[in-house]
Design a protein around this ligand. Structure first.
Ligand code: NDP
Ligand SMILES: N[C@@H](C=O)C(=O)O
Length: 267
């Protein structure tokens, strides 16, 4: 009698480098088959060979440019067609920076295609398939810059605010479905991201820089702990709770039939 081994299968975007590569390695080590997505097929193939041999898992490469509609649809179709994919790491992304008055609109549009639209499309395809299966895990990668305003970072910061908001809506919609949705909020992580964005990682004080390894371990540990928001370096999670409470107080006041007293003539 032949035994078929059914392993969990994860699809990782941006798997050719940095955070995505580290996720892929950890998931392979813990017995996941993988589908690796990025543009650099040679890198993906090298990782597939390495992880396949070292961890005896099946690793498929799916080279795709998530900055194009065809690339996104190829990956979305893969998610929709394969119920064995029970984990999506929505990680591919980058920063195109520039002050608003000097914005390179084409560069902004290209970044939003990857950071915002591809992530949304792949989240949607995975959610549909996973809700139907009654199980699955999606991790969306935001950024600490979603909580900060810095000159030159309007486009990238806003794209990560989108990820934050979109993922929190996904979490609401996933309630009771068996699907887990994690929002991961990295700070400054030591990867090629900074060089790609035209910055030097060495400009950050070392005490602000985390390794991709530590980030990914924290994210996977948060999954085990059923924490849906993972901010790996935040010492006290109650600070996030306070943020959500403050947001709820603002939300309770934004829609009323009268303006606030401070806008009345004479105060
Ligand atoms: N490093 C940091 O300090 C932080 C990073 N983040 C976020 O983490 C995520 C991963 O970044 P990180 O690992 O640091 O950066 P890297 O530059 O090391 O890796 C980015 C990955 O995204 C892929 N990618 C970029 N553009 C595309 C595209 N058009 N189509 C398909 N894949 C693409 C790249 O692959 P390829 O070039 O082969 O296509 C690469 O695998 C991003 O979403 C980033 O915004 C958030 C906060 C902090
Ligand atoms: N957090 C990093 C990116 O998202 C950065 O500050 O550059």
């Amino acid at each position: 009698m032949t035994m078929t081994i059914i392993r969990p299968r994860a699809l990782v975007t941006g798997a050719s480098a940095g955070i995505g590569r580290v996720y892929a390695e950890h998931l392979a080590r813990t017995g996941h088959d993988l589908v690796l997505v990025a543009r650099r097929a040679d890198r993906l193939q090298a990782l597939a060979d390495e992880f396949g041999q070292a961890h005896r898992v099946e690793v498929e490469i799916l080279p795709a440019d998530l900055g194009t509609r065809e690339g996104v649809e190829a990956v979305a179709s893969r998610l929709a067609a394969d119920p064995a994919v029970d984990m999506l790491i929505n990680n591919a992304g980058y920063a195109a920076r520039g002050r608003v008055a000097e914005l390179d609109f084409e560069a902004l549009e290209a970044m939003l295609q990857v950071n915002v639209l591809a992530l949304s499309r792949l989240s949607s395809a995975a959610m549909a398939q996973m809700i139907a299966a009654g199980r699955g895990t999606i991790i969306n990668i935001a950024s600490g810059t979603a909580f900060m305003q810095m000159p030159g970072n309007a486009g990238y910061g806003a794209s990560k605010n989108y990820v934050l908001a979109f993922t929190r809506h996904m979490q609401l919609e996933a309630e009771g479905t068996g699907v887990r949705v994690q929002l991961l909020v990295p700070g400054v992580i030591a990867t090629d991201f900074h060089a790609v964005a035209g910055n030097d990682l060495a400009n950050f004080p070392p005490e602000r820089v985390m390794s991709a390894e530590d980030l990914v371990v924290a994210s996977l540990r948060a999954l085990e702990m059923d924490e849906t928001i993972c901010i790996p370096s935040l010492p006290e999670i109650r600070d996030w709770d306070a943020y959500v409470e403050a947001e709820a107080r603002v939300a309770a006041g934004v829609s009323r039939d009268r303006v606030a007293p401070r806008y009345h003539n004479g105060g």
